[in-house]
Design a protein around this ligand. Structure first.
Ligand code: TYD
Ligand code: MG
Length: 454
């Protein structure tokens, strides 16, 4: 093997490589992100590599049922696509203090109770700190071992010796590999470390969870390549001031994405929220104008949420508009539709739209909810509490079809709603459901008429 050291400049924000320093990254347009890092180039002899490689016919590949370990947390299992796949590499990203370490320690607890060997490697906290956290969470069995280490070579040796089934790396940004001379957390370190962990996972069939820090912009710090390398990317998010946390799957090679798991942060660790709709709707005001319940699909699960709007006369020439929990531009667009199609004088009004509970939802199916909340506040018209609505609103004010209408209606019925306003097109495709009145509407005008008639 021929070896040689070269210096390469890496963009710390996107991982762009350059042989020269640059002020602005051509990849992500960030300024002053290039840092010099030395990398070792190894070139194996070509003929040897080619001799080792062999091709396979698709028909000759045998399928084995992928083995999954249950984490005993239904919310997490669903986001993972049905449990932890053997030999998979899972990246868990999230803001500091959101509860990543807590979640993974609870995974350790549940797995160790099933006598699955788990190794928790922390580069951030001392053993005492982990013990303190563990004391809050509860009882652990001896199937869990802990290690405070940041050197990946040592970690590799320990894993080879201990042969655990599941390994947790608390945080990839603290790990380093001696062969790479740049500092821990830099692009080449993070990339190299993930590469090594990948080999361990695939080579030994060990499932590895990696914790990744998130930058101010909300992406996993270090290169984007990290997300491409791993099998599954989960984001743990939530308002730090609110008690609940949402675990969102953004990439999953072994299951569907967009699934969410809802947890609540308690004194004794995270607790699963099995019925998030109920949780989101708790505290909904009764008989108030500007409040309506809408339904959004998160992966395969319908979630009911309360949309609130406050429309009031503006004292300035430039009306104020805010949208919390949903897309600001979408709200502006829907207000323009209302102005044009229903003749409402919204251009002289301030408008504040909020999804109660601090949850973020961007599915177009909540359009109708936003529209009705705004109309309700503008006209001081309170909407019947047992009514839910969903539907996408187009630019000409038409209410368009959305997917999985039946699941949404069933969820609403389960929570005791008696009226559902939905796109007319959806209504034709579903059979009558007992116990809930379905009102099909084809445009916003009909929708407003429907809430007046309730
Ligand atoms: P932590 O898991 O350390 O966050 P991360 O690893 O993502 O940085 O979570 C720490 C926060 O959670 C901290 O603010 C305290 C809180 N917490 C509880 O409220 N209850 C608990 O039982 C635990 C362990 C933590
Ligand atoms: Mg932590």
């Amino acid at each position: 093997m021929a070896k040689g050291k070269t210096t390469i400049y890496f963009c710390q924000s996107c991982g762009y490589e350059s042989s020269k320093w640059m002020g602005q990254c051509p990849g992500c347009r960030e300024w002053n992100t290039f840092v010099e890092e030395t990398v070792e180039k190894t070139t194996a002899s070509k003929s040897k590599k080619a001799a080792e490689a062999s091709v396979m016919k698709l028909s000759a590949i045998e399928l084995t049922e992928e083995e999954r370990l249950s984490t005993s947390m239904k919310e997490l299992d669903r986001v993972l696509g049905g449990g932890i796949v053997k030999g998979s590499l899972v990246l868990v990203g999230g803001d500091p203090g959101i509860g990543k370490s807590t979640l993974l320690l609870q995974v350790c607890q549940n797995l160790s109770r099933q006598q699955i060997k788990v190794l928790y490697i922390s580069g951030e906290e001392s053993l005492q700190q982990i013990k303190l956290r563990a004391k809050r969470i509860g009882e652990f069995t001896d199937a869990l071992s802990l290690l405070c280490e940041t050197n990946l070579d040592t970690i590799q040796e320990v894993i080879k010796k201990e042969r655990p089934d599941v390994v947790i790396i608390d945080s990839i940004q603290t790990m380093y590999n001696e062969a790479v001379s740049s500092a821990p957390g830099s692009v080449s370190q993070v990339r190299e470390s993930t590469g090594i962990l990948m080999q361990i996972a695939k080579g030994m069939g060990i499932s590895i969870f990696i914790v990744g820090h998130v930058t101010k912009e909300g992406v996993v710090a270090g290169p984007r390549v990290l997300e491409h390398m791993v099998d599954t990317v989960l984001y743990f998010e939530g308002d730090r001031h609110a008690a609940y946390r949402i675990l969102r799957g953004v990439k999953n090679r072994f299951g569907s994405t967009n699934e969410i798991g809802v947890f609540e942060m308690r004194n004794e660790g995270l607790r699963e929220v099995e019925n998030p709709s109920e949780f989101m709707l708790s505290g909904k005001p009764e008989g108030a104008s500007g409040s309506v319940v809408a339904c959004s699909m998160e992966g395969t699960r319908p979630i009911l949420l309360e949309i609130q709007a406050l429309v009031c006369h503006s004292n300035f020439g430039m009306p104020r508009r805010t949208a919390a929990g949903t897309d600001f531009n979408r709200v502006n667009l829907l207000m323009a539709v209302l102005e044009k199609r229903l003749g409402m004088a919204l251009s002289s009004c301030d408008a504040y739209v909020n999804i109660a509970g601090g949850i973020k939802m961007n599915e177009p199916a909540i359009d109708l909810g936003i529209v009705l909340a705004i109309v309700s506040s503008y006209k001081e018209l309170s909407i019947d509490e047992k009514t839910i609505c969903f539907g996408e609103v187009g630019l000409s004010g038409e209410v368009r079809a959305v997917s999985m209408a039946e699941q949404r209606i069933q969820e609403a019925k389960k929570l005791g709603f008696t009226v559902c306003i939905l796109p007319k097109v959806c209504l034709e495709a579903i059979q009558e459901i007992k116990g809930i009145r379905l009102i099909g509407v084809s445009n916003v005008k009909e929708a407003v008429q429907a809430i007046r008639n309730l």
